[in-house]
Design a protein around this ligand. Structure first.
Ligand code: ZN
Ligand code: ZN
Ligand code: FE
Length: 755
């Protein structure tokens, strides 16, 4: 037989994010293009192909799979091996089979694609149909109940495809071939509008009425992809104020949705990186530098605005009817509870505080909030990792199989280990809230089931009182406690595949230290399995413990006493006049008598103190408000800084004295803020230089919520890079406690492998 016409067979096994992203139809089309026979199937290890053809065709087929994979897919590995030829005469897509306990990745949700937006204007059965989707876009994780990813195991199961949809679904040449959530006007889900006992079922009317309500200054609750949203005209001050009251939310900024990129560019400064991430298929909320105000009430006192672009067909249709080009689109929940997902709860809890509720009859199975990103140093950094990222896995070097990592307490997120992949949960929230804790255990159960993970080891924060730590203890599994800031650093090491000794700088709010004090301004020599605390910010009392986090003025008093002793009474600092004198005396006594006053080295608390001293925020209405307000006013052109003393304990007293001097001299707060930030940059630079000389290490890893501060991170990254250091900072995994679970997982894996 001629060498060029001889038929060969290949077994091709593809791993990564290859399910639910149109991978099998894509493979089918490539097989057609290259004259390949055989089959493709989804199984629990990924996508499996049996391909037969001549050598050149097989090579070209394989190359095209690598090069032209669907936009939302991510191939982590392709294994090719010789197989025996079965003389297939066609290529087919085999039905999903439950092959092994191993698991492949479930796709995150994908924003509606341009082609579907076009179809929505011209396909008769999908004219203005708000559930349009295709193999390249649509709901995924939010509707998945089980694997393999096939319609019966999604919340689309109750919708029986009509003849037209089935034709598309089964026609290989169609864009909706094997698109699991495929639907149309005749067979798919629908929106309805509920307002004061009246139900509107005509979908065009639903859109018109929703838009009219918003344009008239109303508030509407709308079912989205991973939960409900509350919407109002972002330019209408009254509506925004009403929404604040409805949501029981004080100062925390609201996210907005812009009509399009052009509108976003009118309200905010967009660099190339901002444009890219705003327009990406993930469509996160992006924190942008404000250029023009919406209603002032959207983000009071901040120089940033969190904005996103439409990602559901419904959003596009709504903007087609709206006059306003920017709406507030905030999570449909009251206060800090988890975002509401069920129609019943929305009617019960959101209807009373809104003018209308827009429901649909497709269930949300997995709750997911909008993800939040900020571009720092031209790199998009996730602040909240949820919709369109979850459950995309993180590849880990070490074997993390069978480990469950509980996360911390605030902005909680847990993580399960499967083989050499870590799967982080969606953003769960603050576990102190009973509803959130319920969401936590429910999601943990679902993840274990969905990814067929039977944890054999559970890892949690050193803090025994975190509800996530109690979850670990109650599991009955062998457990391991890890230090909070070690986990922070290892989380960032995992993201950058580092497995060696590094200089870790962990600046955040609070985390329990191994000396039972409250850490948070830490310099550590760090490896995956262990760390050594080399330097830290000077300990100061934290009067009232957790209360100090909510009331930054307490930290201001503590730092004043630390820097001046009782002499501070003589300082005519304006902020002191705003504090209740008897509360102040109680705090002074608590510090004096060391009652409920742990010591803290937290950077977050230092930011709190300076924010309060500057009169920006004495009482926080949301997490990290004081540091955020301080950052927001910093004057970028200022280059001077305040004093400090390096040492194993870094003395911050000179800094506090300098800040007070400036305040008493009447130096404007934006300058004080910039000088303070510059000082923190100098402190980190000095500490890192000292550790680098002592340990001969040039790799520096940053993590902890304080590094969400753009001024700080850009400043210190650039400074260290200019000095030749390799700097690693969080991007795909949040710097805040939402990234902790990944660190915990890797520490547990590293310790396990040492035994
Ligand atoms: Zn599409
Ligand atoms: Zn249909
Ligand atoms: Fe933390």
């Amino acid at each position: 037989m001629n060498k060029n016409t001889k038929i060969y067979a290949h077994e091709i096994r593809i791993r990564g994010l290859v399910q639910g992203v149109g991978f099998r139809p894509f493979v089918y089309r490539k097989a057609m293009d290259h004259g390949i026979n055989g089959w493709v199937e989804n199984n629990n290890t990924g996508v499996h192909i049996h391909a037969e053809g001549i050598k050149a065709a097989l090579d070209a087929f394989l190359l095209s799979i690598r090069r032209a994979a669907p936009p939302a897919s991510m191939i982590s590995r392709i294994g090719v091996s010789e197989a025996s030829v079965h003389n297939h005469t066609s290529f087919s897509i085999k039905k999903s089979e439950d092959l092994s306990a191993e698991i492949t990745d479930v796709s995150p949700d994908i924003a509606v694609c341009d082609e579907c937006l076009e179809d929505m204007k011209k396909q008769p059965h999908r004219l203005r149909y708000p559930f349009i989707n295709c193999t390249n876009c649509g709901p995924r994780f939010t509707i998945i109940r089980g694997l393999p990813y096939d319609r019966p195991l999604t919340t689309m199961a109750p919708f029986v495809m009509c003849k037209k949809c089935r034709e598309e679904y089964t026609n290989i040449l169609d864009r909706r071939f094997h698109a699991q959530p495929v639907a149309c006007k005749h067979c798919g889900p629908h929106y309805t509008l509920h307002s004061r006992g009246i139900i509107e079922e005509n979908e065009d009317e639903v859109l018109k009425k929703t838009a009219a309500l918003i344009d008239r200054g109303g508030i509407v609750a709308m079912k989205g992809l991973g939960g409900f949203h509350l919407a109002c005209d972002a330019r209408n001050e009254k509506a925004v104020d009403r929404l604040r009251k409805a949501k029981n939310r004080d100062g925390k900024p609201f996210a907005v949705m812009f009509r399009d990129m052009e509108t976003a560019g009118r309200y905010a400064r967009l660099g190339e990186a901002e444009r890219q991430i705003l327009g990406s298929w993930q469509r996160p909320i992006v924190l942008l530098d404000k250029k023009k105000e919406t209603a002032a009430g959207v983000s009071v006192g901040f120089n940033t605005i969190g904005g996103m672009l439409p990602y559901l067909p419904f959003h596009h249709l709504l903007f087609g009817q709206l006059n306003t080009d920017v709406i507030v689109l905030t999570s449909g929940n009251i206060s800090e509870e988890p975002i509401i997902i069920s129609n019943g709860e929305a009617m019960e809890r959101l209807a009373p505080v809104t003018d209308a509720v827009v429901l649909n009859n497709r269930d949300i199975h997995n709750r997911t909030d909008d993800s939040v990103v900020r571009v720092v140093n031209k790199v998009p950094r996730l602040i909240r990792r949820s919709r369109s990222w979850v459950p995309r896995p993180v590849n880990t070097g070490p074997d993390v199989d069978g480990i469950f990592a509980c996360g911390a307490e605030l902005v909680n997120c847990f993580c399960i280990g499967k083989g050499r992949q870590a799967i982080l949960s969606q953003h769960i929230g603050d576990l102190k809230n009973a509803e959130t804790l319920e969401f936590y255990s429910e999601s943990a159960g679902r993840f274990k089931k969905l990814f067929r993970s039977e944890p054999r080891l559970i890892v949690h924060d050193l803090h025994p009182d975190y509800l996530s730590s109690r979850y670990a203890q109650e599991s009955g599994l062998p457990s391991l406690a890890v230090q909070h800031h070690h986990a922070h650093i290892v989380s960032c090491m995992a993201e950058h595949s580092l497995d060696e000794k590094v200089i870790g700088v962990s600046f955040d709010g609070v985390g329990l230290g191994t000396d039972m004090q409250i850490w948070g301004g830490e310099f550590m020599l760090c490896e995956l399995h262990e760390f050594e605390r080399a330097m830290h910010l000077r300990y100061v009392p934290m009067p009232g413990g957790d209360m100090a986090t909510k009331e930054p003025w307490r930290m201001a008093i503590s730092y004043l006493i630390d820097a001046f002793g009782s002499d501070y009474h003589a300082l005519p600092l304006p902020f002191l006049s705003t504090i209740n004198p008897s509360s102040r005396r109680i705090v002074e006594q608590a510090i004096d008598l060391k009652i409920n006053t742990p010591l803290t080295s937290s950077a977050g608390r230092l930011f709190d103190a300076v924010s309060a001293l500057s009169g920006l925020c004495t009482h926080a209405s949301f997490h990290a408000e004081a540091p955020m307000r301080l950052e927001s006013i910093a004057e970028a052109s200022e280059t001077t800084a305040y004093g400090f003393e390096t040492g194993q304990s870094i003395d911050t007293r000179p800094l506090i004295r300098d800040v007070c001097n400036d305040i008493l001299k009447g130096v404007p707060a934006p300058l004080i803020s910039a000088r303070f930030h510059n000082t923190v940059i100098n402190i980190i630079f000095a500490a890192v230089s000292r550790m680098s000389r002592a340990a001969d290490i040039r790799k520096v890893v940053f993590s902890g919520g304080t590094f969400q501060n753009k001024y700080l991170l850009e400043g210190i990254e650039n400074r260290l890079r200019n000095e030749g250091y390799s700097v690693f900072s969080p991007a795909g995994i949040p710097a805040n406690d939402g990234g902790i679970a990944l660190g915990q997982l890797l520490i547990a894996a590293a310790r396990r492998s040492k035994h």
